[in-house]
Design a protein around this ligand. Structure first.
Ligand code: 2M8
Length: 413
């Protein structure tokens, strides 16, 4: 452990150093573009010392919004050879070169927090942003729901938990034998043992090819895309965003027709992800109906979405007692747990923060505080890494990472 003596200062300098003018890259080298949910978290970090810059982060993200309301998962503002797949591989036609998928819609929730903090200009900035937030919500309701009202991810990158065990069975059913040659860039920046495997990467790229060949036509992709999994990340974040958008519309007297019905639909969708045998919220393959049997950190986002669960609380209490640096992205008692391989075990500080928001909102103040303190210990002890080994705390992935710095400033520190 290497104590970081002035984490406040360090966190601010990371945000400033990763600022590319109106948007923030997750980390130098590995991720040189604007990522959707990373930006929403970055905005919370900026809000602690520069509210104007916080709004700008989210506003820049929405400059990439497609005409139909979709907000891409990556905006390629400036070409950079250090990342693959770049804009040419995605072949999209939005207002800014971008990817063709989304990420968990947390922007509305983080924007609400900034709006509540900004008593001077908050209302004006929010009124501008609001129709864009609503359009994105409606796009998700139109294209991503399964028959039960749960929200699907159509690419492992869409849920943001790239190589989570949740997708293993669905990925194994996919044929990527004709994906062709390509050159990964991620493993030239960080240790390949900490990254997704080639088996997974072939399928990530194959899915991009399928989307591009279909011109990112969502109607066509409903049948063409072999990967469609209803998952807790997409479902809980969409539900929470819908609640926040509704609340904002009421306060600012803005039109938001149909939102209450959407919330009801999403609540039943969220309940449909409950796996009684596992005792957890889980993912479900939308093509086969098969549950993934995965307890992940996304399962614990139920409170963030306003869903109470005694079983989840019991599970979380045990994780807080038994795992030195919680919350692991995958249950350490399960055979597929891997302490360093990305979303198959490691702890992610920003996920902790969102779990913490939910716990605090639903009157589990003690667990929220315990999680906050443990996250603070992790960051002040091991630095601003992309993610951490939940058993030893050892840092992994990219360094000087934007969302870890933002979490420190807004919540943990
Ligand atoms: C990771 O995902 C990107 C693809 O989107 C990658 O591995 O290339 C994930 O951890 C994702 O959640 C995150 O938003 C992104 C940037 O930090 O990196």
């Amino acid at each position: 452990m290497n104590q970081h003596t002035n984490p406040d200062r360090e966190a601010r300098s990371i945000l400033i150093a990763n600022d590319r003018g109106g948007y923030t890259i997750p980390t130098e080298g590995l991720y040189p573009y604007q990522w959707n949910w990373d930006s929403a978290i970055a905005a919370l970090g900026f809000a602690q010392f520069d509210l104007d810059r916080a709004w700008t982060e989210i506003e820049t993200l929405f400059t990439g919004q497609w005409e139909d309301g979709m907000v891409p998962h990556i905006l390629f503002h400036q070409q950079d050879e250090g990342y693959f797949p770049g804009p040419d591989v995605w072949g999209c036609n939005g207002p800014i070169p971008s990817s063709g998928i989304i990420q968990p819609p947390i922007a509305a929730t983080m924007a609400r927090k900034i709006w509540e903090q900004d008593t001077a200009f908050g209302d004006a900035r929010m009124k501008e942003l609001f129709p864009k937030l609503l359009a994105w919500h409606r796009w998700i309701m139109k294209w991503r729901l399964d028959e039960f009202g749960a929200v699907c991810t159509t690419h492992p990158w869409e849920a943001g938990r790239d190589n989570a065990p949740d997708w293993d069975n669905s990925m194994a059913r996919m044929d990527a034998s004709d994906v062709g040659e390509y050159q990964r860039r991620d493993t030239s920046h960080v240790n390949s043992d900490d990254r997704p495997t080639k088996f997974d990467y072939d399928r990530y790229i194959k899915l991009v090819q399928i989307g591009r060949d279909a011109g990112w036509d969502q109607q066509a992709l409903l049948s063409l895309n072999p990967f469609r999994v209803a998952d807790p990340t997409m479902t809980f974040t969409t539900l929470r965003a819908a609640r926040d958008v509704l609340m904002i519309s009421e306060k600012l007297e803005l039109e938001a027709e149909g939102l209450s019905e959407d919330i009801e639909k999403l609540e039943s969708g969220a309940r449909s992800l409950w796996n009684e045998d596992l005792g957890s919220f889980d993912s479900r393959d939308a093509h086969t109906g098969e549950m993934a049997e995965s307890i992940s950190n996304a399962s614990y986002l139920c409170w963030y979405a306003g869903m109470e669960s005694d079983r989840m609380l019991k599970g979380l209490k045990s994780v807080l007692e038994t795992v030195p640096y919680p919350v692991p992205s995958y249950d350490p008692d399960m055979p597929k747990f891997d302490a360093r391989r990305y979303w198959r075990g490691p702890t992610w500080a920003f996920m902790n923060m969102m779990i913490g928001f939910g716990l605090a909102d639903m009157e589990h103040a003690q667990q929220a505080e315990q999680l906050r303190q443990k996250t603070a210990e992790l960051i002040s002890g091991y630095g601003f890494a992309e993610y951490f080994d939940p058993k030893t705390g050892s840092p992994a992935g990219g360094q000087a990472f934007t969302w870890t710095a933002a979490v420190w400033l807004h919540w943990a520190g």
